[in-house]
Design a protein around this ligand. Structure first.
Ligand code: ADE
Length: 265
């Protein structure tokens, strides 16, 4: 049996279905279903990869089994998750091709299982949804990445109407996406460091003069930037600081959680 353990995970988004040079595939059982996780080495680190939409993009954003995915990654030992994703821009200054590390989330989803807390009174702190240590590291080492801004996560699979998009932009929010929730809050509930690495693929409908965003535009822009994104991830993985002592692993200290956080024994 190949050793399924990994320390860092990359969850690929639209147009991002493979990452590892010489992957070993594992079927990981979780209380929410089985998940295929690939592991391998990147920049000398043990890395797990899974494409959140499936290998053939079979799961639309609202059908992704987020709970199983995060549980499976933690089961193989992952404590740091990098979540690259395609996003629309709500600010003209963030044009297509811009890489952004958002620092806030606005949840506009409404029909997703987004917690492991299915009983009892465990209310996990969530004021700052992303890992501060990873953010500081990425922003210090990757001059190409713009830091900050709120990402609003819509239910999808449709894009926003022009009025919805104008409303989001008027709030001062920076980005719009369909998968950032519940991936990030589930990682928090498992004590993992989580960072969204957003690639702007389009100006959202509220900013555009024309027809509004469409799927071809998103996939084409993601395709144009995928190699750049992978190279950036490799550099970040190679130098990512240790998660020991990061606040991400301590938010649930002292809570009477209705589940045991999984992990290698
Ligand atoms: N993903 C990529 N572009 C998007 C947009 N404009 N709205 C929602 N999700 C997106």
């Amino acid at each position: 049996m190949p050793d399924p353990r990994a320390d860092i995970a990359v969850i690929g988004g639209s147009g991002f279905y493979s990452f590892l040079a010489d992957p070993t595939d594992h079927r990981v059982a979780t209380p929410y279903g089985e998940v295929k996780v690939s592991t391998g080495e990147v920049a000398g680190r043990r890395v797990a990869f899974l494409p959140r939409h499936g290998e053939h993009h079979e799961f639309p954003p609202h059908r992704i089994n987020y709970r199983a995915n995060l549980w499976a990654l933690r089961t193989v030992g992952v404590r740091q998750v990098l979540g690259p994703c395609a996003v629309g821009s709500l600010q003209p200054a963030l044009g297509p091709g811009t890489l952004v590390l958002p620092d806030q989330l606005v949840d506009r989803t409404y029909r997703r299982e987004q917690t492991y807390v299915d009983s009892g009174a465990s209310h996990v702190p969530y004021a700052d949804p992303y890992c501060p240590r990873t953010a500081a590291h990425v922003l210090a080492t990757e001059p190409d990445v713009t830091g900050g801004g709120a990402m609003v996560v819509i239910e999808g699979p449709r894009f926003s109407t022009r009025a919805e998009s104008q409303w989001y932009a008027a709030q001062g929010w920076a980005l719009v996406n369909m998968t950032g929730v519940p991936e990030a809050p589930l990682a928090r509930e498992l004590g993992m460091c989580y960072s969204a690495l957003a690639l702007v693929t389009d100006l959202d409908a509220g900013l555009e003069e024309g027809e509004g965003v469409n799927q071809e535009e998103v996939f084409a822009m993601f395709g144009e930037n995928i190699e750049r994104l992978k190279e950036m991830l490799e550099r970040v993985i190679g130098t990512l600081p240790d998660p020991d002592g990061c606040t991400c692993s301590t938010w649930m200290d002292g809570m009477d959680l209705p589940y045991d956080v999984p992990g290698p024994t």
